[in-house]
Design a protein around this ligand. Structure first.
Ligand SMILES: [Fe+2]
Length: 310
């Protein structure tokens, strides 16, 4: 008579682990064995009910149905569970002086328009106060990097990205800027606002059920890349924002917080660009470390494109 099999939950775990232990790809084997171990331990620890198991299936199914080329509910889950920032920290241990990275988020789009020095990414936003973001892209020795690419995106004053705004039929508040010979860049925009992440899906339901708010502090997104250097995916944050200490996606780092200074009279670049006061300026220098040889300039964008996110 055959020996009884799988009589306890631990027997099942053991057998599942044994089957995955045959995986020939060593990295995949490591990931699967760890995943099974933690997943089974979690289910046993909370003594998951069948109703809760089915609810989890429904949540994941809903997240899949909501995700398309403009919305990525799974990235929102990763962000709001803090997983995105843990992955970020594990993968971007910068040497002293390099600009810190933060979450990529779900709202990047490929093919943002090319912009000149001082180009305006917010021509349709008539509500937000005009703002100039300037600075340089430098290497770790403080030397300027000419021709560096800054891929910039930002929410409108309404709190919505263009991809969330049905009244828009074009890329808005996105642009690609290149540094000049002295490594300088200049972006014309409006002052960023805090906004809630989309809360009409399962991520929003999770936040409400757990007593969390959906707000992100005001920020502007950047991916900065240059030949021979490791690209950095990051934000700059407004130092005056009330949600800096409770970002829904845990993405704030102190080194990325900037003061936005109010001006009552047009001077310098603002005068040249015809900006009508009052307006704001802020300044941030990006510092890139040398390429490790493993990352490419478009790495993050190519991975998102492979997911169908444009
Ligand atoms: Fe954002």
């Amino acid at each position: 008579m055959a020996a009884p099999r799988n009589t306890t939950d631990d027997d099942i775990t053991t057998e599942v682990l044994q089957r995955f232990a045959q995986t020939s790809d060593t990295r995949l084997r490591q990931i699967m064995l760890s995943l099974i171990g933690h997943l089974h331990a979690f289910v046993k620890e909370v003594e998951l009910t069948e109703a809760e198991w089915f609810q989890a299936i429904e949540i994941l199914t809903r997240a899949g149905h909501l995700s398309d080329d403009k919305r990525q509910e799974f990235i929102l889950f990763s962000d709001t569970l803090g997983v995105s920032m843990v992955v970020d920290l594990l993968n971007h241990r910068k040497p002293d002086g390099a600009t810190e990275s933060t979450v990529f988020g779900p709202f990047h789009r490929l093919n943002a328009p090319e912009m000149p020095y001082g180009g305006n990414i917010a021509p349709l936003d008539k509500q937000g106060p005009p703002t100039l973001v300037s600075g340089r892209v430098l290497d770790l020795g403080g030397r300027p990097i000419a021709g560096a690419l800054l891929d910039v995106w930002q929410a409108q004053t309404s709190g919505l990205y263009d991809s969330q705004d049905p009244s828009l039929h074009q890329m808005h508040m996105r642009g690609k800027f290149h540094t000049d010979a002295e490594g300088r860049y200049l972006v014309r925009t409006v002052r960023p606002v805090h906004y809630p992440i989309p809360s009409d899906g399962p991520v929003g339901a999770m936040l409400r059920a757990t007593g969390r708010h959906p707000w992100r502090p005001a920020h502007i997104h950047f991916v900065v890349s240059a030949e021979g250097h490791e690209p950095v995916t990051t934000h700059i944050f407004d130092s005056a924002d009330e949600y800096l200490a409770s970002d829904a996606v845990f993405a704030v780092k102190g080194s990325l917080i900037c003061d936005f200074t109010r001006h009552e009279m047009a001077e310098g670049e603002a005068r040249r660009l015809g900006i009508i006061p009052p307006y704001y300026t802020t300044h941030f220098d990006f510092r890139l470390k040398p390429a490790s040889g493993q990352t490419t300039v478009l790495d993050a964008q190519q991975r998102l494109a492979a997911l169908g996110v444009r």
